[in-house]
Design a protein around this ligand. Structure first.
Ligand code: BGC
Length: 759
């Protein structure tokens, strides 16, 4: 059973009542972030129950020692971990000497709200402590979009049935550990904790990677709208600094704390003096004040929603879900910094060490392309361009030469940092997604200049890899790609995975075509690139040979491409015939049994047909969908979205809707029983795709923008906007009408339901 306790609401995520079993899930679901940093929805005050304390800062990682049974040559030296960073939200509360702890006191009226429209999180409750004192508490916090390095908490305590003392102890704690640490080690060295007058600070540095972070706080108190000047006692420990404030209150008096926290780090400031910028951030925050910062927050989110919003009428759960997905994607990546990327868990958990997977290129790029200015997607592409040398090194470690590039499956800095051989050595299809993203970008924006400036070099490196990785089979008189893992990680070391072979062939062709285009139209860039890469005509002739002779496994009898050689030798039993207690397979079956079975973790052959839908006719797509979907178990969050899009394309609206719900409410309804570990951020882009490319039928092949909208019967209507080459288009679809509006002056040529028109 899914735990469904989130109250449906169009704009907010709401939880009412206190259930300790949901603390972990809510910590993930109610997470906040601003692209620069993020914070799980941990309680500010002490909580002695089970919790995953989590504060994260974009780009900061630790190369944790790997844990493998038997070392093999070529294994990466480390498995990078997204680092849990110093805790800046903490505020311990004591009432007449007794600690407020929701795990031990009587809690009533607990309510949390994550307001997605305005970008803040609040929580309120009443607590009765063991000493009989009752208080009501309200907290509201956000990570500022106005001042990126600033987080703010407003924390109010009201004495309900007593007079006496309320003690606030806002603190910073740098003594944190990653839950996801291979050897339970500390990843942070403490450089110093202390205070400079009203500013408390904790400075720490990661071992090995030597990222420095300074977290600083300043506190302002109020009662009845009046600021209280209050003395504090410094509570300093080795890794923690707290300020203790004590107030004598009468019954019904409220004390309000505004805690401002600055989080600055050495990727953005000189390493040796991080306290100065931290103080500057605090001074700016305090000068603006809580209310103004909150107003700015609302404005920033208003701007985001202006283009990113999707409105669904007649289905509040679907509405809430799509906004949740869009909201979390915007909290994770804003596109200001080409050194950052989109981790599968964003800033909401530690699992899936490393920040960047092929998820970015395969799933996230279209979302950012359509809802943001083009520099955002461009920064994502540049992230890979800037790591090209590392990709060449990665390939070199596996024995490839001459500038062949293998982008990592998982990375923080361009270096491969995953350590399972089947993923590191074999899941090479990711290399193709890098090129597909370039194609997507250029095709969507019409900005071809990216290719001569940056893209071509990446394409050459990747093409060289494929040309070397393919083996000529004398027997077949064709090129084969042996020993791979496709997107379906439930098969390893297979030969000729259709998706991989098809993508490799396409990458080589695309690289070759673009080289020719550059040679004729961008001669100067062409010569620069040839000189830089040393590319020869012998190489491109070999590419041509591989393109022409690439082998694609196929069953002539069924008229379908096979996921890999020998796939039909498997016993094919639809997944819905598996007993429910045996699902999910990855938790219930031995790995060996999974590998031998026909069950597919996520879209694989269908992933290829989704990418290259324009290469296949509808009958072909339908045959493949009918063959592969029934044996797909969707045990990756990236799976339902692709199936939803294809089902929409095939006009199977109910099926598409079923998949849509699975992707959209995956975390809100905790389908996979793992939301406490963090949210599935990258698959949230897939949810957006299910609406825009799925129901909306938006396609962008061959420089042509097309729509083919359909609508599920559960909805009254839906509408979304996209930015397209300087115009903003709005699609509205109901059961009665289809309306496409151009909200800008610039006209756009589109195809609607197969008819070309100018909007
Ligand atoms: C999927 C991969 C994906 C990774 C991170 C895995 O479960 O199989 O395709 O890249 O999760 O989202």
């Amino acid at each position: 059973m899914n735990i469904q306790y989130i109250i449906p609401h169009e704009w907010s995520i709401i939880e009412e009542g206190f259930d300790k079993n949901n603390v972990g899930s809510s910590e993930s679901i109610f997470s906040i972030g601003n692209g620069y940093m993020g914070q799980r929805a941990n309680f500010e005050e002490t909580y002695s129950g089970k919790s995953l304390q989590g504060s994260y800062i974009g780009g900061i990682y630790y190369p944790d020692k790997t844990r493998v049974g038997w070392w093999k040559n070529g294994y990466p030296e480390y498995f990078a971990k997204v680092l849990n960073a110093p805790n800046w939200i903490g505020i311990d509360i004591k009432i007449n000497g007794q600690t407020l702890d929701l795990n031990t006191c009587e809690v009533s009226n607990l309510r949390r709200e994550l307001n997605m429209k305005e970008g803040w999180l609040c929580r309120s409750f009443t607590a009765k402590l063991a000493n009989g004192n009752q208080i009501s508490v309200e907290s509201l916090r956000f990570i500022s979009f106005k001042i990126k390095e600033l987080g703010v908490v407003q924390y109010e305590v009201k004495a309900l049935n007593f007079k006496g003392t309320i003690e606030f102890n806002p603190y910073l704690d740098a003594g944190i550990k990653n839950h996801d640490a291979n050897y339970d080690e500390y990843f942070w060295k403490i450089l110093g904790v202390g205070n400079d007058d009203k500013v408390g600070f904790a400075c720490s540095e990661t071992f090995k990677t030597e990222f420095r972070v300074c977290t600083a706080m300043q506190n302002v108190f109020y009662t009845n709208d009046t600021e209280i000047q209050s003395d504090f006692e410094i509570q300093k420990e080795e890794k923690k600094i707290g300020f203790k404030y004590q107030f004598n209150v009468v019954q019904n008096q409220t004390i309000i704390l505004h805690k401002y926290a600055a989080v600055v780090q050495s990727m953005n400031h000189p390493k040796d003096d991080l306290l100065a910028p931290a103080k500057k951030v605090l001074a700016e925050g305090v000068a603006l004040g809580f209310e103004n910062l909150l107003e700015e927050q609302k404005k920033a989110w208003n701007e985001i929603w202006e283009t990113a919003d999707i409105v669904i009428e007649g289905d509040v759960k679907a509405q809430q879900a799509i906004r949740f997905n869009i909201f979390q994607l915007n909290q994770t990546y804003t596109g200001d910094d080409a050194r950052l990327n989109i981790g599968p868990k964003g800033f909401t958990g530690e699992k899936y060490g490393g920040s960047t997977y092929w998820d970015t290129e395969a799933y996230c790029i279209p979302f950012y392309l359509s809802t943001k200015d083009k520099h955002v997607a461009e920064n994502l592409l540049k992230y890979r361009y800037n790591q090209l040398d590392r990709a060449v090194e990665n390939a070199g470690k596996l024995g490839f030469t001459n500038g062949a590039a293998l982008y990592p499956m998982v990375t923080m800095n361009g270096e491969e940092c995953h350590n399972e051989w089947e993923i590191t050595f074999e899941e090479i299809h990711r290399n193709g997604a890098m090129i597909y993203a370039i194609y997507n970008y250029v095709n969507y924006t019409g900005d071809y200049t990216y290719i001569p400036k940056y893209g071509m070099e990446v394409m050459i490196g990747v093409a060289r890899f494929w040309a070397q990785r393919a083996t000529f089979s004398k027997d077949k008189n064709q090129y084969v790609i042996l020993g791979v893992t496709g997107p379906n990680e439930y098969e390893n070391n297979v030969n000729n995975n259709f998706y991989t072979n098809y993508l490799a062939q396409w990458c080589l062709r695309f690289a070759k075509e673009n080289l020719e285009h550059l040679q004729s139209d961008y001669a100067e860039d062409y010569h620069r690139i040839i000189a830089k890469t040393g590319l020869t005509s012998t190489e491109t002739t070999q590419w041509k040979e591989v393109i022409e002779k690439m082998y694609l496994p196929k069953s002539e009898k069924l008229d379908i491409f096979l996921q890999q050689d020998g796939f039909l030798d498997k016993e094919i039993i639809p997944a819905d015939q598996l007993p429910k207690e045996q699902r999910p397979l990855n938790q219930k079956w031995s790995w060996d049994r999974i590998l031998r079975s026909c069950y597919i973790k996520q879209a694989d052959t269908l992933q290829g047909m989704y990418f290259f839908e324009n290469h296949f006719d509808s009958d072909t797509l339908e045959r493949h969908f009918d063959f592969y979907e029934p044996i797909t178990v969707h045990e990756s969050s990236l799976s339902p979205c692709v199936h939803s899009i294809i089902a929409s394309k095939l006009n199977r609206v109910d099926k598409a809707y079923e998949f849509y719900l699975r992707t959209a409410r995956l975390d809100l309804d905790d389908y996979n029983h793992e939301v406490h570990e963090g949210l599935h951020i990258t698959s949230m882009a897939g949810t957006w795709l299910s609406v825009v490319q799925g129901f909306g039928g938006m396609r962008n092949f061959d420089n042509q923008l097309a729509f083919n909208p359909i609508i599920p019967k559960q909805w009254k209507s839906y509408s979304f906007k996209i930015n397209y080459r300087g115009s903003t288009l709005q699609m509205y679809k109901s059961h009665e009408a289809t309306q496409l509006l151009n909200l800008t002056e610039k006209s756009v040529e589109i195809t609607l339901n197969g008819k070309k028109m100018i909007v």
